[in-house]
Ligand binder design. Structure first.
Ligand code: PEP
Length: 247
């Protein structure tokens, strides 16, 4: 039985003042059945982990380097995230694929580094609007899964987030049928590659304009094990109803 996961991606938002949202969220969702994760900007991870330590909220990073250490100015390693209190890291988000030209091979190397360090990797995949309109969605997802996910993963070390690029931060959401089609397809691909047991244990999140008002419908779709949430994770009052819809 896969444990549901509500993951918040704060992106490049928030200074120390925003950390009060984590204690507010803990108070609003005292004993969640689902796992709750907040991925703040790197400089806040340590303090976020201290604040959330007594609660059910976990902390994660938004990226890591593929190397363990070295001459990579401005980067952080998976070991550094773990040391700061992170337990998860988001990898291959479409904003990183676009802003930094991250290829599937880069995402795979980062995923390997994250898992080696002891983090759970949340690997993001998703098609652009052109690709969807051109009927290429499932081919794109298959290619990204094959290229971005390394060998040897398990349900503990890997989570996949399906995030259609055109749905991120736009208010547009695929139909429930479209979400279900991609999630069922990803489950089949993972089972085919890693075997039924592991393929069935890997959690599949949907991400892209999830809000309290649409969360329950999305969570009822087959093979949706939770959400990766951007904008609506910044305020505890917006994120709490999504967590409640998942529980
Ligand atoms: C995201 O960036 O991962 C995301 C899903 O953003 P939003 O919820 O704001 O669409």
């Amino acid at each position: 039985m896969r444990q549901k996961l509500a993951a918040g991606n704060w992106k490049m938002n928030g200074t120390g003042a925003a950390l009060s949202e984590i204690s507010t969220l803990a108070a609003l969702t005292p004993a969640p059945k689902s796992e709750i994760l907040i991925c703040p900007p790197s400089p806040l991870i340590h303090r976020a982990a201290d604040i959330s330590a007594a609660s059910a909220i976990q902390i994660g990073g938004q990226d890591c380097h593929a190397a363990h250490a070295g001459a990579h100015t401005g980067d952080v390693s998976a070991e550094m995230l773990l040391d700061a209190g992170a337990r998860y890291v988001i990898l291959g988000h479409s904003e990183r694929r676009t802003d930094y030209g991250e290829t599937d091979a880069v995402v795979r190397d980062k995923t390997e580094a994250a898992i080696d360090a002891g983090l759970t990797a949340i690997v993001c995949v998703g098609e652009t609007l052109d690709q969807r309109e051109g009927g290429a969605t499932l081919d794109i997802i298959a290619g990204q899964l094959a290229g971005s996910v390394p060998a040897g993963v398990t349900g503990e070390t890997l989570v996949i987030a399906y995030e259609p690029v055109w749905a991120i931060g736009t208010g547009l959401v695929p139909s429930l049928g479209q979400i279900g089609e991609v999630h069922d397809f990803m489950r089949e691909k993972l089972e085919a590659r890693f075997g039924a047991e592991i393929g069935d244990a890997i959690r599949l999140l949907y991400g892209g304009s999830v809000k309290g008002s649409n969360a329950a419908n999305i969570f009822a779709v087959s093979n949706v094990d939770g959400a990766l949430v951007g904008g609506a994770s910044l305020k505890a009052a917006d994120f709490a109803p999504i967590i409640q819809a998942l529980d």
